[in-house]
Design a protein around this ligand. Structure first.
Ligand code: BEZ
Length: 220
């Protein structure tokens, strides 16, 4: 198993999902993708997480992002559990959930917990998937990796915020500061001299020679 790093090509795979069989790269096409695993179907935190992802479906679509869930349960479990998710969260889960019973994708993406870490996460001698998130761009490069433990549900607003930051930094030579939210000032990339930045950005405020805040240029 190759180590997956930011900038690595996301490994391709074929899988069964609740939306039919997919080939991952083909499925992503020209979109961005969020591939996220959860430990197991019919568990409480996961039920809230997948409900939240379904609720945010229009926000992912607006950003040209396809979302795929994954656990090592089979399709029958996924389909039954989706009924629970929909009922309890008042949503309609439409995104595919991968049935990775053989743990092929989980191994490929290093999503499995270690045997030693939490014995309660080991079923039939095999550890659960942890709460992994991979944000993948249209070139199929991994742009962000998150790993959360079973006990901590993820903040999907943060995942949307990170996508906004990544997409903006692909368009402009910028980075985004701590706790940045879309619409707020950004940071001019260190590679851009301040005089050049003043030509490109509508407003530049030099707090330090290496920390220049700026308004984002309007889209042309
Ligand atoms: C949960 O989603 O609540 C959960 C999943 C696996 C282990 C513990 C909790």
């Amino acid at each position: 198993m190759a180590t997956l790093r930011l900038g690595s090509v996301a490994p391709d795979f074929s899988a069964e999902t609740t939306a039919g069989a997919i080939k991952f790269h083909e499925y992503i096409g020209d979109s961005w993708a969020v591939l996220f695993s959860h430990p197991a179907d019919f568990t409480p935190v996961c039920t809230t997480e997948l409900g939240e992802v379904a609720r945010l479906a229009p926000d992912f679509a607006k950003r040209n992002v396809k979302v795929l869930g994954l656990s090592t349960n089979d399709l029958t479990d996924h389909e039954k559990w989706v009924d629970d998710i929909n009922r309890v969260n008042e949503v309609d889960v439409q995104f595919p959930i991968i049935a990775d019973k053989e743990r092929k994708v989980a191994v490929l993406y290093d999503m499995l917990d270690s045997f030693e870490h939490d014995p309660s996460n080991v079923v039939n001698g095999i550890p659960f998937t942890v709460r992994s998130v991979f944000i993948i761009d249209p070139a199929k490069k991994i742009r962000l990796i998150l790993t959360y433990p079973a006990s901590c549900g993820r903040n999907f607003d943060e995942i949307l915020r990170a996508i906004d930051s990544l997409q903006l930094s692909d368009k402009h030579p910028i980075a985004t500061p701590a706790n940045w939210l879309p619409g707020e000032d950004v940071i001019v990339h260190v590679s851009v001299p301040t005089d050049k930045a003043r030509e490109t950005f509508p407003e530049v405020n030099e707090a330090l020679p290496y920390l220049r805040f700026a308004k984002v240029p309007e889209d042309k």
